[in-house]
Design a protein around this ligand. Structure first.
Ligand code: B3K
Ligand code: ZN
Length: 859
């Protein structure tokens, strides 16, 4: 398949200022009539040929200025027609079968309703159109359908007219006054009920808000509504952004390829990010709903009012919007905890991407299938890159930059360069060298050395950006590092500093230290880099206990454990050193458990051990079995060593009644953390406590936490609790997803057997992405399953990819990167992983999605 290259961008030859769409809706047959007003783009190349993209559709009729024409031709999936003049009306009819659309792109059926997903290139599965984000049109949408089947008819913008006819059908007309690219088009028809509220904007306009769900789900929508209202208010206060329509609709659908979609005025959501109540959603689920509702709402400005010129600019809207949702969630809850969570996600999901065969810059240079570029790099590293600008400018000046950006580019399809320039001009930064962050892939490695001489602390920093596919040589980038130097005796520092390392190596001298200070660096994770700083356990224990930057405190704790486990799996550890390191970790843990100044949410963060994928990142080639065994060994040791304090912690947390405030949420978080370690140290005690927690639970956080611990134990309580959970939540798809995930993610000795059985369970279906992810993403993330030494885990994921590809290519392609890590895994497993990729590459009719990921992973 051909690669599309960023440098080949050409402005569209034809523009489409207006679109009128007419749908005759049916689950098995929907007819679409479109009327496009097209005119030549003065900035285009002047060609008379109008290219209309299509995908799996054929034109039934084509009319130009009212006359049916036949001299059009197909170029692959696209329709080409020559137009003589400057401006024309083009009318096209197509016919679709939404019920047969298992790819969930374009118009499809979900649970008896019809809905659309158009980003990135789904609109072309509905009708022929210049389906590219730099063609902006105003849309008028008419739809007609059976009133009993589709009582609610929704599209973008405002409903301008509606009516019904004697034949049992009804219709509605919607108009969206804001010009938009086709990827933001949406339509929904079905039996839905709304949670309704209103919001008064900063200028006093009233906006109607609706969250539409299937009848019966409405009692689980209040948290989503509260989150929406909070998002609208926050964006006004923090970024000065006001909503721009009189209506904002959100619809929850249960079959959805990703989290949610920011269609103008009509966001479509995965039910997972809408429905929440204490009985069925964990505290983490509540946070995810708030974060995704915020994210999609914030897109109304960062994405919709200012959109992308082409898909290479995806991070323009995604990186910026992720930063906005991160700042929002930080303001709604704990800033410190949110920062730690965001960095954990980056390290687990993005660092491996950046160091593997699929590495790409946040602004990629080429792609075969754009769906493969909705990545942790474009989203999360993209957010980190913009966050660095904010750190260098400070929040006030950064806000001047974003104001200028929105002002300058409102109504346009912009580029990442436009964004950087606006921040440069508005915030008064020089970002010339900084632009490399958009162009270079790979996580920079920053080497740190600290020398003490006389009264001086001399800090030597080096950077190197690793080679990545297609980018063998890299240039140094500006790396902003917040740091502090601690006086060891007083436990204090004399103020935080920001240094910017913009060369291969540099030296920074600080004066006034009679004794060697303790360095706290990359505080708040001010740059998305890997710090290489081998250091004494004593310094890390000191920072874990004293650092006044909560992230740095977490980082010290992580460093302590990472340093130890990496040495352990590399076999460089004698028993004395192991005992010394474990002792230091145990002391730090005990101090964290006992520290009265910590709130429980933060205590919970400090108690999370580094993820196995992050540990693997520290090694050029790793043995997942060894990493898993060492990490589990440490948990066992901690569970025994700290048995007393952990039991007291669990008892204390278990006595806190359910509430949604930070204190009660913190208690629930540490409750399951303590339980996990107790079970590691003493499985019988763990099973007893977990079963008690399970049966006493009056909320999903406690219930899921207990079940998670039980699922890994070979104890009779396990089967009882799993059966109870299934009975209790039968018919609730989102909770049954948890039931699948918990089992697939367990460290039970027979986990692979369990996963095979779950794949044959009557509740399992390949047609629903949530269910597929629940079972197989959990399996892929589980080292005991995926990396099982038999190679069985790799075969299972290989088979899944090949079976799912014809059904849902986008979802299938998401499983390839895990196998693509083979070069970083020990040789026996690496060969098995590679074999699965080769088996997949040999399939003749692979989708473009899977084909691209597989060939890059092998290449
Ligand atoms: N913009 C959508 C993602 C669409 C993915 C298409 N494969 C959701 C979001 O990032 O808000
Ligand atoms: Zn987004």
């Amino acid at each position: 398949p051909p690669s599309i290259r960023r440098e080949d961008y050409l402005p569209p030859a034809w523009l489409v200022p207006e679109v009128a769409l007419d749908f005759r809706l049916g689950l098995e047959e929907t007819r679409v009539a479109s009327r496009l007003s097209v005119r030549r783009n003065p900035e285009g190349n002047g060609t008379a040929t109008l290219r209309l993209n299509g995908d799996q559709i054929t034109p039934l009729t084509l009319r130009i200025d009212g006359q049916e024409v036949h001299d059009w031709r197909m170029d692959g999936p696209d329709l080409l027609v020559a137009l003589p003049g400057e401006a024309h009306q083009v009318e096209i009819e197509t016919c679709l079968n939404p019920g047969a659309n298992s790819q969930l792109m374009g118009l499809y059926a979900s649970n008896g309703m019809l809905c659309t997903q158009c980003e990135a290139e789904g609109f072309r599965r509905i009708t022929f159109f210049p389906d590219r984000p730099d063609v902006l049109s105003t849309y008028t949408v008419r739809m007609r359908g059976d009133k009993a089947k589709f009582p609610i008819l929704l599209a973008n913008g405002n409903c301008t007219a509606q009516g019904e006819d004697a034949d049992g059908t009804h219709w509605a007309e919607w108009h969206d006054p804001w010009p938009k690219p086709s990827y933001l088009f949406a339509l929904v028809a079905g039996e839905l009920v709304a949670n309704h509220a209103t919001f008064t904007t900063m200028t006093g306009r009233t906006v109607d808000l609706n969250i539409w769900v299937r009848p019966g789900d409405e009692d689980r929508t209040q948290h989503a509504m509260d989150s929406l209202i909070a998002s609208m208010k926050w964006d006004e206060e923090t970024f000065g952004r006001e909503y721009d329509l009189d209506l904002f609709n959100i619809v929850a659908v249960s079959d959805f390829n990703m989290g949610a979609m920011e269609n103008k005025g009509l966001n479509v959501f995965n039910t997972r990010y809408v429905l929440a109540d204490p009985e069925t959603a964990t505290d983490a689920d509540y946070d995810a709903v708030e974060g995704v509702i915020g994210h999609e709402y914030f897109h109304n400005w960062s994405g919709n009012r200012v959109t992308c010129r082409d898909w290479f600019q995806l991070s323009l809207k995604e990186g910026f919007t992720v930063l906005r949702d991160q700042l929002f969630s930080a303001d709604m809850g704990s800033e410190a905890v949110k920062r730690i969570e965001d960095v954990r996600v980056l390290r687990i999901a993005q660092f491996p991407e950046d160091s593997g065969p699929l590495a790409h810059p946040i602004r990629p240079d080429s792609y075969q299938e754009i769906s493969n570029f909705y990545t942790a790099t474009v989203y999360n590293k993209g957010a980190e890159v913009i966050r660095m600008m904010r750190t260098m400018a400070g929040p006030e000046r950064f806000r001047k930059g974003t104001d200028l950006y929105f002002d300058r580019h409102d109504g346009q399809a912009a580029t990442c360069e436009d964004f950087v320039k606006a921040i440069e001009d508005g915030a008064g930064l020089d970002l010339r060298q900084f632009r490399l962050w958009y162009a270079q892939a790979g996580t920079p490695q920053v080497g740190v050395e600290l020398e003490h001489k006389g009264t001086q602390a001399i800090l030597r920093l080096t950077q190197s950006v690793p080679a990545t596919p297609g980018q063998p040589e890299k240039q140094p980038m500006p790396i902003p590092l917040r740091l502090a130097l601690y006086d060891r005796d007083r436990g204090e520092h004399s103020g935080e500093k920001l240094v910017v390392l913009d060369k291969d190596s540099d030296t920074f001298v600080f004066d006034g230290f009679a004794r060697p200070p303790v360095l706290s660096i990359n505080r708040g994770f001010s740059a998305p880099v890997a710090i290489r700083f081998p250091r004494d356990n004593a310094d890390l224990v000191f920072l874990a206990a004293h650092d006044d930057d909560p992230f740095a405190r977490y980082e010290a704790m992580q460093g302590l454990v990472v340093q130890h486990l990496v040495a352990a799996v590399s076999g460089q550890l004698d028993e004395a050193t192991r005992a010394e390191a474990r002792h230091a970790i145990g002391e730090a843990f005990a101090a964290i458990i006992a520290d009265p100044a910590l709130d429980d949410l933060m205590r919970g963060e400090l108690m999370i051990l580094p993820a196995e994928t992050y540990l693997a990142e520290q090694l050029a080639v790793s043995d997942p079995g060894a990493i898993h065994a060492e990490r589990e060994g440490l948990k066992r040791w901690l569970g025994r060593e700290l048995a007393g304090p952990l039991r007291s912690l669990h008892d204390r947390a278990a006595a806190v009644a359910y509430a949604r405030d930070a204190a009660a949420r913190g208690a629930r978080k540490i409750k399951t953390q303590a339980l996990t370690l107790i079970a590691a140290g003493d499985p019988a005690e763990g099973a007893r406590r977990a079963y008690a927690q399970y049966t006493a639970a009056d909320n999903m956080t406690d219930r899921q936490g207990a079940l998670m611990v039980l699922a890994s134990l070979d104890a009779p309580e396990r089967e009882e609790a799993l059966a109870d959970f299934h009975r209790r939540y039968e018919g609730n798809a989102l909770v049954i997803d948890k039931w699948f995930s918990l089992q697939a993610g367990s460290f039970h000795p027979r986990v692979l057997e369990h996963i095979r059985a779950l794949a044959r369970h009557p509740d399992f279906t390949m047609g629903n992405p949530n269910r597929v992810r629940a079972l197989y993403m959990a399996a892929t993330a589980n080292p005991d399953a995926f990396h099982h030494e038999s190679g069985e885990g790799y075969r299972m994921i290989g088979e899944l990819i090949r079976k799912l590809d014809p059904i849902n290519a986008q979802t299938a392609a998401r499983f390839v990167p895990a196998l693509g890590r083979w070069r970083r895994i020990e040789p026996v497993r690496a060969a098995q992983m590679r074999a699965e990729l080769e088996r997949t590459a040999a399939v003749p009719d692979l989708s473009r999605d899977v084909r691209e990921q597989v060939s890059k992973s092998l290449g």
